[in-house]
Every structure is written in C-alpha cells, then in structure tokens.
Design a protein. Structure first.
Length: 594
C-alpha cells in the first residue's frame, strides 16, 4: 500500500470493494529463504518467464504473430494491411493489392494473429485448384500454421485449417458437410469470381457460416459497379444497403458512379488496396530485349496465305463481325508455329461442306504447312536459352506450340516441363516442383498466369504475345514480384512483316509497358474497351487497313489514347490519398461524375 494514502481511506476502499490481501506466500518465501530452498528448476522458471514475455504487447494494435513467424520478414505495407484488417475492419475485409504485392502474406498474418489470440481455431481457405498446395506450403513454412490440403471427406471435420478448391467444396457430398460447420475464419482467393450473384459460387459462399472473412482479389471490379456491390454483400451483407438503394444512390450507369464521397466512405470500411506506384516497394528492374525475326521463305508464304484467307473471310462476313472473331486466332497462330495453325485449319475444314471453295483453300494452306521444315522462333529460343545458365520460363498462347517446343528442346538435350490448363492439381504441382528442382525450362500456356509464384526464375521468353496488355502484365507478374532478388529479363519474339511486329511495337513503344509497372493498367484497358474489347478492335484495324502504314497509324492512335488515359488516371489518383487508396482502387473502371 502507498504510505501516503490515509488509513481511513484504505479501510473505506476495502469495505466497499471487498478487497482481501493474501500474504501467505510471504511466509512461505521467508521460510524457504531461511532454509536455503527448496527452489523450482531454474530452466522451468526461464521458460515460464519467456512465455509471459511473449504474450506482453506494448499496444493492443501491435501484432503478436510477428514474434512467431521465424526468419520470415513481411513487408511494411503487408503489416499495415494486416493491422487495418484486424482492428479497423474487425476481420472482414477485401484485400485488393495489385498482382505480386503479397495478398497471401497479408491473409496469413491476419489468420496467424487471430489464432494466437485464441479467436480462430477452425478456418476454411478456398482457392483455385492449382493453388491449393501453394497455399498449404506458404501457411506451414512462413507462418507455422498447420494447414492441410483437402483430399478425403473426413478431413473437413478433422482438420482445423483446411485448404480446398471452390469446385470441390461446393460439390456433394462435400457441400453438405462444409455448410453444416461453423468456421471462425473463411479466406477466399481470386474472389472476383464471386462477382455474379446468380452463380453457384456466390450462393455457396453466402451460405457459409463464418465469423471472420477475407476476400482476396487484384481486380475487385472489372466491368460493372454491380460487381462491387455483390462482392461487398458477400463480405458484409447490408453494408451498401439493398440493391435498389445502391443503384439509386451510387450508379449513373454500370461504369459511372455518383455520390463518390459517400461511396468512398463506405468502401473504406471493407477494402484495402496497395499499389506498386505508392512507393517504398522494393522491386527489381525489368530488362527488356525485343527480337524482330525474319521468317523463312516457306514460313512467309504460309503467313501470306493465311492472311489472304482471313481477310477474304472477313470481307465476306464483316456485317456479322462476331462470327468472324475466331479468325483472329488463325492470324495469330501462324505467327507462333505451323503446328498451332495446322490444328485450327483442320478443325475449320470439318465445319465446312467438302464442296465449298473454302475447303480447297484450307487444304492448300495445309500443303504449305507440310513444306515447312523449321521454326524461326524456336531457333531463336534455343539461342537465348543456350546463353543462359539459369532457369527460363517460356509463355505461349497455344498448346500445339507448347508441345512443339517440348519436342524441339528435347532434341537439343534441354530439359523442360509443361504447365497448362486441363492439368489436375497434383500434376500442376508436380510440374512446378520439377521445374524448381530439375528442369531448366517451364513452357506455360495462359493457365500459367493465374496465381503461381516464380520468384526463383528471372528469365522469361514471350514466344508469342497476347494482344491485351493486362494479360502480358499478368505473365510478367509471375516472376517480377516481391521476393524477386534479381532483375527480370524479358525476351519478346516477333516476326517481321507480320501483324505480330505491329502489336509488339504498340506494347513496347506506344504503351511502354515492359519497362515500368503501370499501376493503373487495368483501369486504362477498361476505358479503352468501353465499346468493344481491345483485341477485337485490333483485329478490325488489321483487317480494314489497306496498307502496313495505315495499320501503324491506327495503332499510333490507340497508343495516344492509352497515354492520355494513363495521365488522366494518374491525375485523379493524385487528387487525394483516400481516393487513390480506396475508391480508385476498388472501382478502377469507374468514371466519376459530380
């Protein structure tokens, strides 16, 4: 007791608060001191002391989990995001960082913190099938969380932290088990796939019984403000009111918002987005090399023949533009490999009556294919790979080109593995492990762009390029991301005198997308695509241009529009940090009106 406190006051406090002072331990301590013991084991004392120290925090807002994740060091923005999700959003948040900034790490921090505080024991993590084992590894190795990949039916109830694909969880007999359980936390990766409330995914997630919930997506809105409403309703039903109220208060049309100040305030309660352009993010540089290759005479003859065929079909059917969009595949495949265009031509021939003049034209092109004995691009790939002592990933648009490259590299004693859609989860993980431990080359189709992390590789060859800058950025984002220790080398292959050369010039010279990461890239592409997709617009330009110069001028105009929109988005982002971090991040395709 404080000797300066009057005795009468102490007596009054004791009477009113019913305080009792226990002093028995003093007598026991005195007795042991006089007799020299016995004392408890000093090692046990040290362990008890360390346990108490581990549970002491200077502030309620500090993260206990940072002391329990070993040598792994999260980035400052990831720690800040976890704190905001925990304390500002009470464990229900949309983590909407740009690709490669560590949404998985942020979700792991939140989950670990809740587990340490005793608030989460049972957790369900739903991810794309190809990412299940990656999530399990991350949680176990970086956070010490005993996460398990769902394989057997009994595991739903026996495992505390389980990772599964959405397709598995929503399918019977799993569905009934999962919906019958109470989860302390549910985490959903690639959550933008919940944007349509009519889908079974959306309805399934809404039915899950969950206390805390994290939705992870780099694109919280893609085409329609209604998608944003649906996503937030999954997280916090009623946050934006009923649908009709949201429509009336915040929407002019599907891509134009109103009352942005109020909408900003509501979004700030549930969404966090970090961007590369926000600064203080340590990313390595991109080293870009463009190779413009000259086709062999036989390859050039095939390209010219396919181009004439495609242009002729377009002239015949351009009134019904959507019916000839598939022709763009031919135009692009012929720049990739003879194998790719061969399969498409054969499939086309099966849809056309044998007596049609088009059938004869198709088989004439097939004869041209048979005369081609080499692949100019593949020869360049061999040259590039031979000069690299490290691992290389090759991206191609087409499975036939992938198979051709596999055989081609095998003939030159270079080990490679494929990665593509259609592979089951186990095979994809096996291919990734083989690439990391044994093979020099991974040859991936577009399926290799979703979710996989390849920071251990820093050489990437674009065997053929998508026409959409966002898809190119997604490819690069697999290797150029947080955790990459080396500058990333990007090798772009294009063929002279073809449509491919023009597209590379658009991406590299007009958009300048390879040298710098454009944080607002998806915003700009969305605005360019207000009337039709960028790929459809490029195809139309290619078909209607009367010369190569006219085609180049049309692409210059697209490049100028892109640069103009980039400037507008940057200006809007600089108008205020709250707008930049919240509303602009959430509704990047939204055009604000007063």
């Amino acid at each position: 007791m404080n000797p300066t406190v009057p005795h009468e006051l102490i007596h009054l406090i004791n009477e009113n608060l019913n305080l009792h002072l226990h002093r028995e331990w003093i007598d026991e301590l005195t007795d042991r001191s006089m007799k020299g013991g016995p004392w408890d084991d000093f090692t046990m004392f040290q362990l008890a002391y360390e346990a108490e120290q581990a549970n002491i925090i200077d502030s309620f807002d500090d993260l206990l989990c940072l002391r329990h994740i070993g040598d792994f060091k999260p980035m400052p923005h990831q720690i800040d995001t976890a704190k905001k999700a925990l304390h500002g959003m009470r464990g229900r948040a949309i983590l909407a960082d740009e690709v490669g900034l560590g949404k998985t790490i942020e979700a792991g921090l939140v989950l670990k913190e809740y587990m340490i505080r005793g608030l989460v024991r049972k957790a369900l993590i739903l991810v794309p099938a190809s990412l299940v084992l990656q999530w399990v590894r991350e949680l176990n190795q970086k956070f010490g969380i005993s996460a398990t990949a769902q394989k057997k039916e009994y595991m739903w109830t026996s495992c505390d932290v389980i990772v599964a694909s959405m397709d598995t969880a929503k399918r019977e007999p799993h569905r009934a088990i999962v919906l019958g359980m109470d989860y302390d936390m549910v985490i959903i990766d690639e959550a933008h796939k919940l944007k349509n409330k009519k889908t079974t995914n959306y309805q399934f997630v809404c039915e899950l019984r969950k206390k805390y919930c994290l939705l992870l997506t780099a694109t919280p809105i893609q085409n329609d403000l209604q998608e944003l409403y649906n996503l937030i309703t999954v997280l916090k039903p009623g946050q934006l009111g009923v649908q009709s109220t949201f429509q009336e208060n915040y929407i002019v049309d599907k891509r134009t918002a109103k009352n942005e100040g109020i909408l900003q305030h509501e979004l700030s309660k549930v969404m966090i987005r970090n961007r590369r352009s926000d600064g203080n993010l340590e990313l390595t540089k991109r080293q870009v090399r463009n190779y413009h290759l000259t086709l062999s005479p036989d390859e050039q003859a095939l390209y010219d023949g396919v181009s004439d065929y495609v242009r002729g079909r377009y002239e015949e059917s351009k009134a019904d533009f959507t019916s000839v969009l598939s022709l763009v595949t031919l135009q692009r495949e012929v720049c990739s490999s003879r194998d790719a265009v061969f399969h498409t031509l054969v499939n086309l021939s099966k849809k056309i009556p044998p007596e049609s003049p088009q059938t004869a034209r198709i088989w004439a092109l097939v004869e041209l294919i048979r005369s081609i004995k080499s692949n100019t691009k593949a020869d360049k790939v061999l040259e590039i790979i031979s000069g690299i002592e490290d691992k290389v990933i090759i991206f191609t648009e087409y499975r036939a080109s992938q198979e051709y490259l596999m055989n081609f590299l095998k003939q030159h004693n270079i080990s490679s593995v494929p990665y593509r859609g259609g592979m089951n989860r186990g095979k994809k993980d096996w291919m990734m492990d083989l690439f990391k431990s044994r093979a020099k080359v991974l040859i991936a189709t577009e399926a290799g762009c979703e979710g996989i992390n390849l920071q251990f590789c820093h050489h990437m060859i674009n065997f053929d390029l998508p026409w959409n800058p966002m898809r190119v950025e997604q490819r690069i984002g697999r290797v150029h991301r947080l955790g990459q220790q080396y500058d990333v080398n990007i090798y772009n292959l294009s063929t002279k005198g073809t449509i491919e050369e023009h597209i590379l010039n658009l991406l590299h010279e007009k958009i300048n997308m390879f040298e710098s990461v454009i944080g607002e890239l998806d915003t700009i592409v969305e605005r360019l695509e207000k009337k039709s997709s960028l790929e459809a617009s490029l195809f139309r330009i290619a078909m209607e241009a009367r010369s190569s110069d006219e085609f180049s001028r049309s692409l210059d105009q697209i490049g100028e529009k892109f640069q103009s929109m980039h400037s507008q988005v940057e200006e809007k982002a600089q108008a205020g940090s709250a707008f930049r971090n919240i509303l602009s991040a959430a509704g990047e395709s939204v055009e604000m009106r007063p």
